[in-house]
Design a protein around this ligand. Structure first.
Ligand code: UT7
Length: 325
């Protein structure tokens, strides 16, 4: 008797980015920066920033596009997980808002806070449910409105980030996710942080009204270039594959120099590392699924291709997934 081994497969992708394009030159008109500095240090040339759009509205549109791409209806969705640190409300979750917007009435829904690893963590969580036979079809998203948590007087952070949402429909199947790795180092949490609202109950006195993202860029950089290659190597080893077997490494889009360094450490051509940060900047949890959707729309992914998705960032957190397309 042949017993089918269950895993889960990405069967469709979708994304949405805001209309408003902000170039490095636009930023240099309102702060002491330049296209030369931003593009030279990071590879970022422009980003999209919200005006009317919200984390939930972008997520819902990305979800609709992913469902259309996958050919599934809202009634078929059992589970919605959104990786985000910039939901529109503390509660309800972005996943609840998406559920209502697309009418996925029977879905179990929640958000995951794992910053730039958010989509990868959400994908692994959905995989665990599907692999266990609990649910059949999941919508997994990474979505951020980072522009609302930036200090627009801090040129060392605000020029790096952008807004947007990406989604994938994932279904229980016999092939698909082959291996994964994830981890966290909470002891380094303050390297990249943004405090939630402070307590102002009548019995405490707090001067802090708002807080914004603060970052020790070089610490994050060092963490990324040392941790990501190891995480990728782990998922390859677990699946008994080498870098030669992989068509693309879809990395979180923080900095072109991080991506180049990871490629070098893995001894892989940079051509296997697709890029969206040049036109979208760093969208935290949104980066990986939006880039994956761009690749899918361009026809870059063929059935049977093996690709590695890898997220890393605040927490500190990291995660990689080896996927057969
Ligand atoms: O999703 C994860 C999120 N974070 C990351 O991935 C960040 C990883 N880190 C990095 O990408 C890099 O560390 C940065 C791009 C953030 C910074 O690059 P760096 O080469 O580490 O620059 P730095 O912080 O050492 O700053 C160098 C100089 C400083 O001036 P002085 O002190 O040398 O005179 C900064 O004040 O660049 C200056 N600077 C800027 N100049 C023009 C910082 N930001 C800017 C700016 N425009 N926007």
């Amino acid at each position: 008797m042949v017993i089918a081994i269950m895993t889960s497969r990405i069967i469709g992708t979708g994304s949405f980015v805001p209309e408003t394009v902000v170039t490095n030159d636009d930023l240099s008109k309102i702060m002491d920066t330049s296209d030369e500095w931003i593009a030279g240090r990071t590879g970022i040339r422009e980003r999209r920033l919200v005006k009317e759009e919200t984390t939930a509205s972008m997520s819902a549109e990305a979800a609709r596009r992913a469902m259309q791409n996958a050919g599934v209806t809202a009634e078929e969705i059992d589970l919605i997980i959104v990786g985000t640190i910039t939901g529109d409300y503390v509660t309800p979750s972005t996943a609840c808002e998406v559920q209502a917007a697309i009418g996925a009435d029977k879905a179990v829904v929640f958000d995951i806070n794992a910053a730039c690893s958010g989509f990868v963590f959400a994908l692994i969580t959905a995989h665990a449910y599907l692999n266990a036979g609990i649910y059949k079809t999941a919508l997994v998203l990474g979505a951020e409105t980072l522009s609302k948590i930036m200090d627009w007087n801090d040129r060392s952070t605000c020029v790096l980030f952008g807004d947007g949402a990406g989604a994938a429909v994932v279904r229980a199947d016999e092939t698909g996710i082959m291996s994964f790795d994830q981890g966290a180092d909470g002891s380094k949490g303050m390297v990249l942080a943004c405090r939630n609202r402070v307590n102002n109950n009548p019995f405490v006195k707090n001067d802090i009204v708002h807080d914004y993202v603060s970052m020790d860029g070089q610490e994050v950089y060092k963490f990324a270039v040392s941790t990501v290659p190891k995480s990728i190597q782990k998922v390859l080893d677990e699946a008994n594959l080498t870098t030669e077997d992989i068509s693309y490494f879809v990395l979180h889009q923080a900095n072109i120099r991080i991506i180049q360094s990871v490629a070098k450490r893995l001894k892989v051509s940079e051509d296997k590392f697709p890029i969206s940060l040049d036109h979208l900047g760093n969208i935290s949890a949104g980066s990986v699924p939006i880039l994956l959707d761009e690749m899918n729309q361009k026809g870059m992914l063929q059935k049977g291709d093996k690709i590695v998705l890898s997220g890393f960032g605040a927490g500190l957190t990291w995660g990689s997934v080896l996927v057969e397309w």
